[in-house]
Each structure stands twice: as structure tokens, then as C-alpha cells.
Ligand binder design. Structure first.
Ligand code: NAP
Ligand code: GDP
Length: 322
């Protein structure tokens, strides 16, 4: 048998990290050891603490998920923190992966990083073709640098580093903060409270923007495939098909159905809509995995809402203040 593969997952306590943990148990392979870490295990803003983590775990493979992450409204308010914290964390991870001779590093971009003014569908070659939407430019520019770092480390040091580009993600263990979260966890929490209090369920903006959403457990399967089998240094978009794009209004209705909410539904058009659409092509993914089956949106939504309802009172749900 070959040497043990040690797969270090940063951001292991987050939405995607928890999904990777769940799927890695189902799909584990002999000779692999998975290590999931959060900020209490190592503060990745510190190079010293990052190196101490690598010294301790001796990873052969790294899935770098840790990041400062948030929805439209958090991105609009904290552009400096989204820029700095992401740039610093990824710089420390890249440096440590090079120094500790990690065999493969997979980092995360996002479809939010693409240019605002673009043609559709967006593909992997378009990352640097123009400024991102101004609402999330701190996050977008920091994440775009991942693509540049992958190329520089490969060219100068021969490193095997790559990145995935997921669309908007949802699932169990999300951040349900009422102001700073992404739209699905924010609306699940708001619909739950509206149901409890007998109040209207209010959606921010017009409900017209279009998004592709990916269930965290589907994404986790694709990330594990990327880590094990994706051969390119160039990034790959991990998205549902273009035909599965939905409006924010559709999302709200799927939550209403999953929650059996019977009250009034309102749209607060005084709030921002953000980018109208970011339709991404998954042609590259389909070239590699033509038969991959995504969980149907409504089924994934039902599982996500059920997880929130079951865990609401546990005291361990991010963004829920009891
Ligand atoms: P998340 O749920 O907010 O989790 C963030 C993770 O980062 C947590 O595990 C957190 O640890 C860790 N972290 C934050 N600051 C840290 C620090 N200073 N040191 C060490 N760890 C730190 O994020 P996510 O939604 O799972 O996102 C995972 C990746 O996917 C990110 O790279 C994100 O940019 C990307 N992505 C997300 C979405 C989305 O819709 N959510 C869409 C596209 C791409 P603690 O909780 O222990 O503090
Ligand atoms: P994005 O996909 O990167 O833009 O980020 P979000 O997940 O924050 O989605 C933003 C879209 O959802 C915008 O069109 C918002 O107007 C809309 N939206 C509606 N209600 C909410 C909410 O409660 N929270 C968030 N974050 N967005 C909301």
C-alpha cells in the first residue's frame, strides 16, 4: 500500500466544510485521512499559526474552503474586510502548501467574481475580463487573485494548485444571519420567524434577479472529485445546468412550500437587487462528468429547511440568536 494521503480541509466548520465531511464518510477510500479544521484549530490570518497547523497535520492534499463569506448586504458593507481577510488567508495557505510540498491544493472562487458587464453564459476563461459588480468588489478581486496565484506557483515552483468556481451554495450548517447571510439561509430564517410570529414573510429587492444554486452536498461530491481526479491547473465552474437557473421569487416560493408557510409574502423593493444575473456554463464540468446527477432544487430545499427547523433550538445554528 502507498503512503497515507492526509487531506486537510480548511473551513471545515462551515457550510461547504460540513458537507465535505458528510460526503467524505460515504465516499472514503482506503489510505486517506481527512482532517477538518475551523478558526479555533488555526487562525489562517496568521502565517505562524498556518505553518504550525501544517507542521502538526503534515497534509499531502489541501481543500482550502476557509474564507470571509457573506451575502450581498455583508459584501456591500465590509469591502475592506472581504478583500484583506481573503487575500491574507489565501496567501498564507499558498505559501504553506509550497513550503510543505503539498501534492495538490484546491481553492475556491465564486461566480460572483466574474465581470459585471459580460456576455452569457459566463465560462472559466472570462474571470479577468472587466471589473466585477461594485457591490462585492472587495471579495471578487481577492478571489480573482487565487487564479493568478495558481498560475504563478505552478510556473515558478511547479506546484499542482487549482481552483473550483461554485455558484451560490445552500444546505445544512449554513450561516443564517438575518442581515449578512446569503439569500437562501437568510430567507429560511425569515420565513421561520414569520411563521412563528404570524407576520408577513418579506423578501429583499424585487425578487427578479436570476441565480444558479448548488446544494452543498452535490458540491461536496464534485469537490472531492476535483481533489482526486480533476487534472487541470485552470479553474472549473461547479454549477447546475443553465436550465436550472431560478429567480429570487422562485426561491422564496420554494421556501414557503418547504416550510408550509401560510401567511402573506411581500417584496421590499427599497432594498438592493445586486447583480441581475451571473448565468454560468457548466460545459467543462459536463465534459468530464456528463452523467452527474444534481439533487432536484425543491428536494434539496426541503432537506435544508428541515435541517434548520430540527436544529433551530439547539443553540448551535450560526446566525440564530435564541
Ligand atoms: P462559511 O460557511 O462562512 O465558512 C467559513 C469557514 O471559514 C468556517 O469554517 C470558518 O471557521 C473559516 N474561517 C473564517 N475565518 C477564518 C480564519 N481566520 N482562520 C481559519 N478559518 C477561518 O463559508 P462557506 O459558505 O462554507 O464557503 C466555503 C468556500 O466556498 C469559501 O471559499 C467561499 O468563498 C466559497 N463560496 C461560497 C459560496 C456560498 O454561497 N456560500 C459561493 C461560492 C463560493 P470558523 O467557523 O471555525 O470560524
Ligand atoms: P449573490 O448571489 O452573490 O448576489 O448573493 P446573495 O445570496 O446575497 O443573493 C442576493 C440576491 O437575493 C439579491 O437579489 C437580493 O436582493 C436577494 N435577497 C432577497 N432577500 C434576501 C435576504 O434576506 N438576504 C440576502 N442576502 N439577499 C436577499
Amino acid at each position: 500500500m502507498g503512503a497515507e494521503k492526509v487531506i486537510l480541509v480548511t473551513g471545515g466548520t462551515g457550510l461547504v466544510g460540513k458537507a465535505v465531511e458528510y460526503v467524505s464518510k460515504e465516499e472514503s477510500q482506503p489510505g486517506e485521512r481527512w482532517v477538518f479544521v475551523g478558526s479555533k484549530d488555526a487562525d489562517l490570518l496568521s502565517l505562524e499559526s498556518t505553518k504550525a497547523l501544517f507542521e502538526r497535520e503534515k497534509p499531502t492534499h489541501v481543500l482550502h474552503l476557509a474564507a470571509q463569506v457573506g451575502g450581498l448586504f455583508a459584501n456591500m458593507k465590509l469591502k475592506v474586510e472581504f478583500w484583506r481577510n481573503n487575500i491574507i488567508m489565501q496567501d498564507n495557505i499558498f505559501q504553506a502548501c509550497k513550503d510543505f510540498k503539498v501534492e495538490k491544493l484546491v481553492s475556491c472562487l465564486s461566480t460572483c467574481v466574474f465581470p459585471d458587464k459580460t456576455t452569457y453564459p459566463i465560462d472559466e476563461t472570462m474571470i479577468h475580463n472587466g471589473p466585477p459588480h461594485s457591490s462585492n468588489e472587495g471579495y471578487a478581486y481577492a478571489k480573482r487573485m487565487v487564479d493568478m496565484q495558481n498560475r504563478l506557483y505552478k510556473e515558478q515552483y511547479g506546484c499542482n494548485f487549482t481552483a473550483v468556481i461554485p455558484t451560490n451554495i445552500f444546505g445544512p450548517h449554513d450561516n443564517y444571519d438575518l442581515e449578512d447571510s446569503h439569500v437562501i439561509p437568510g430567507l429560511i430564517h425569515k420565513c421561520y420567524l414569520a411563521q412563528q410570529k404570524g407576520e408577513p414573510f418579506t423578501i429583499m429587492g424585487s425578487g427578479k434577479p436570476l441565480r444558479q444554486f448548488i446544494y452543498s452536498r452535490d458540491l461536496a461530491r464534485l469537490m472531492i472529485w476535483t481533489l482526486r481526479s480533476y487534472p487541470e491547473a485552470d479553474p472549473i465552474i461547479l454549477s447546475v445546468d443553465e436550465a436550472d437557473e431560478v429567480t429570487i421569487g422562485d426561491v422564496a416560493m420554494a421556501i414557503v412550500d418547504a416550510m408550509n408557510f401560510t401567511g402573506a409574502v411581500e417584496f421590499d423593493t427599497s432594498k438592493a437587487d445586486g447583480q441581475y444575473k451571473k448565468t454560468a456554463s457548466n460545459a467543462k464540468l459536463r465534459k468530464y462528468l456528463p452523467d452527474f446527477k444534481f439533487t432536484p432544487f425543491k428536494e434539496a430545499m426541503r432537506e435544508s429547511v428541515q435541517w434548520f427547523v430540527d436544529n433551530y433550538s439547539s443553540g448551535n445554528v450560526r446566525g440564530v440568536k435564541l
